[in-house]
Design a protein around this ligand. Structure first.
Ligand code: HEM
Length: 396
């Protein structure tokens, strides 16, 4: 081989190495997070969690929504400030519960009235999302003026699509997502604070997302269970209980037990607890430990027959009449998380808000509408895009 050929070969080799390692770098391989399904292991992890372990997997929410809150920060002072702000917003006195119930009830009554005038059927899912969205706005953003129906539909469906897109963020082209987010933020700006910054700690989504996103799916599923999947006798009994709770939304009524058939006792507390068991809004809690992403599989723990019995997949609110909080915890019940970052909405707000919104749907839609297209609803699916086409149809 000539001297020139050897030099050319050496150059080619160097160029190939550059292409392989610097230009044509292999894409980082993203495996699904390892799922933890042992109660003790999950509790141990959640008790010893750090801000950094939680913030890492939540960076997808920073990219998709621009949020900056306790879920995404590694700064302990910022996290504490946000949790304290949430606790103070969540505080709700007796009269405030009455006002919120009245608001949700009036909103739904007006929707039923309009629906009855204009059509004989309508999609259930956007209606439930709108009810939850308006109720959350009333509670957490009382100063803003009520957005139009079309604005609410845009915001709620865009939250949904950005949330779904954020799941695959690590391995996809972000151009489309960034475009969607920009459009979303400018529409949010006009609803929430036309003259104020919306970035970082000022972003209304910091509060809106943990509140709205956790509530709408479980409200929809409990409504379907109570109103359309229970035996007719039970439907009446549940409706009567919800009516009493809406008239007097207090802890006493929330926990009041009523004897139903078969000697079982049921309370609104039991109905809500059972809904959160079968359909936990946070299906998995993510942490990053030593570079590996792991997921506490809350949904699995809540449905595991070894802990909950052969009827684990059935909606049986009566099971809560004899179950203590401690027993439930040992079985891995943790809809509000556990340990270091347990949710501040656990003691009251989360539970009452679900009870009120399901109650309003049950009492307002009870006798005038039936389900269209839901004949073979089995145990309900808990994924976010399920039931988007389900309709309520006016009874003839
Ligand atoms: C049924 C409704 C709700 C459910 C099921 C729920 C669920 C959860 C879960 C599972 C966690 C733990 C996250 C983790 O460990 O990484 C959590 C934390 C949290 N939730 Fe909720 N949540 C609900 C409602 C709300 C509402 C209405 C707010 C109000 C703003 C809220 C604010 C928070 C905050 C600030 C934390 C973080 C606490 C901390 O870092 O110490 N949640 N929630």
């Amino acid at each position: 081989m000539s001297y020139q050929s050897a030099i050319a070969l050496a150059y080619t080799f160097v160029i190939l190495v550059i292409i392989k390692y610097f230009i044509w770098a292999p894409r980082k391989h993203h495996t699904a997070p390892r799922r933890l399904r042992n109660v003790k292991e999950c509790l141990y992890l959640l008790k010893s969690s750090t801000l950094k372990q939680r913030a890492s997997p939540n960076q997808r929410l920073v990219i998709a929504f621009g949020i900056d809150n306790a879920f995404t920060t590694v700064d302990p002072i910022h996290a504490k400030r946000f949790v304290n702000q949430s606790k103070s917003l969540l505080r709700t006195q007796g009269d405030d519960w009455k006002m919120l119930t009245q608001f949700a009830s009036d909103w739904t009554k007006q929707v039923v009235f309009v629906k009855l005038q204009t059509s004989c059927s309508f999609r259930l899912l956007p209606m439930v999302q709108a009810l939850v969205f308006h109720t959350v706005l009333r509670k957490f953003f009382p100063a803003i003026s009520t957005p139009s129906d079309s604005e609410v539909e845009f915001i709620t469906s865009r939250i949904n699509s950005l949330w779904i897109a954020s799941k695959g963020i690590a391995c996809q082209d972000k151009t489309q997502l960034v475009y969607q987010r920009k459009e979303f933020q400018s529409r949010l700006q006009s609803t929430f604070s036309p003259n104020k910054s919306q970035s970082g700690e000022e972003n209304p989504l910091n509060i809106l997302l943990p509140a709205y996103e956790t509530l709408w799916r479980v409200v929809l599923r409990i409504f379907l269970e109570v109103q359309f999947l229970s035996e007719p006798q039970r439907v009446c009994e549940y409706a009567a209980q919800f009516e009493k709770f809406l008239l007097d939304p207090t802890r006493g009524k929330f926990e009041e037990e009523t004897q139903i058939q078969d000697g079982l006792s049921v309370s609104i507390k039991g109905i809500v607890a059972e809904g959160l068991r079968l359909y936990p809004p946070t299906r998995r809690i993510y942490r990053e430990i030593d570079g590996e992403e792991v997921a506490v599989d809350v949904e699995y723990l809540h449905r595991d027959a070894t802990n909950w019995g052969d009827d684990a997949m059935r909606f049986i609110p009566g099971r809560w009449a004899t179950l203590t909080t401690c027993d439930a915890g040992k079985r891995g019940y943790m809809p509000f998380g556990a340990g270091t970052f347990e949710c501040p909405a656990k003691p009251e707000f989360g539970l009452f808000a679900i009870g009120i919104m399901v109650g309003v749907l049950v009492t307002k839609f009870a006798n005038q509408f039936e389900l269209n297209g839901g004949d073979d609803l089995g145990p309900l699916e808990n994924v976010r895009d399920a039931y988007s086409e389900l309709e309520l149809r006016r009874k003839i």
